[in-house]
Design a protein around this ligand. Structure first.
Ligand SMILES: [Zn+2]
Length: 98
């Protein structure tokens, strides 16, 4: 018993249940489609350029200028303290009765 699979790419009917379209080589088997989908997504993630903010942070972190580097760590420390205070207040609100 053979499965007929219609190619979503070029519309060709593959009569013998081929895993790939005989015309355009598009994946037709469900497990192949899933695997190629994952592969393409992984590739896309690798090719995606870092956002301008990430690039900026990397540049500041690796700056040869010690003032720029210490500014980065000062900002980072302030942010960490701010998040700590925020977490404390959320904890406080959560414990308030009512
Ligand atoms: Zn095809």
């Amino acid at each position: 018993m053979s499965v007929k699979r219609k190619c979503p790419e070029c519309g060709t009917w593959n009569e013998n249940g081929e895993d790939r379209c005989k015309v355009c080589n598009k994946a037709l088997a469900p497990e192949l489609i899933i695997r190629e989908g994952h592969a393409q997504r992984a590739l896309h993630r690798e090719q995606a350029p870092a956002s301008s903010f990430e690039q900026f942070v990397e540049k500041v972190k690796n700056s040869p200028n010690p003032i720029v580097r210490s500014t980065y760590f000062a900002v980072y420390a302030v942010w960490a303290i701010y998040m700590g205070i925020l977490a404390f207040f959320l904890w406080l609100i959560a414990w308030l009765p009512g």
